[in-house]
Design a protein around this ligand. Sequence first.
Ligand SMILES: [Fe+2]
Length: 141
Amino acid sequence: MIKTGNGFANGIEFMDQQHTFFVASMSRLLEAMKNGEGKEEIRKTMRFVELHILKYFPREEEFMRENNYHDIDFHITQHKKFRADFEEIKEIYFSKGYSVSLPLTLQRKMQDWLTNHICKADRILVDYVNSVRKTGGGSAG
Ligand SMILES: [Fe+2]
């Protein structure tokens, strides 16, 4: 059972679970930076974010389709933007190599995503789904 006391938790288990991993990954990167271990940790963080984009985003997008979410296009646009931003960071890493500013850039990107997407757009999505379920609308087809 996931605690609902977390700022990002919205009660939908597959989302809360993945978002818990997201926050943990981000926290580990921040901790590693403080200990001068950003270079080692950033590889793990990038692997996590990559999988988050490739496996979790499609699942969330499927969830929106299943629930006939009216704002799906805008939400998917945000996912695409995050992916593009991440690809940019990856590109710098693989073309120019590691630099101390890179983990900071990635960590800030993740923090921004947590604040402005996970805690906002994802929450709005879940609020919508809950309200539709409560009123018995949104047939499963
Ligand atoms: Fe989302």
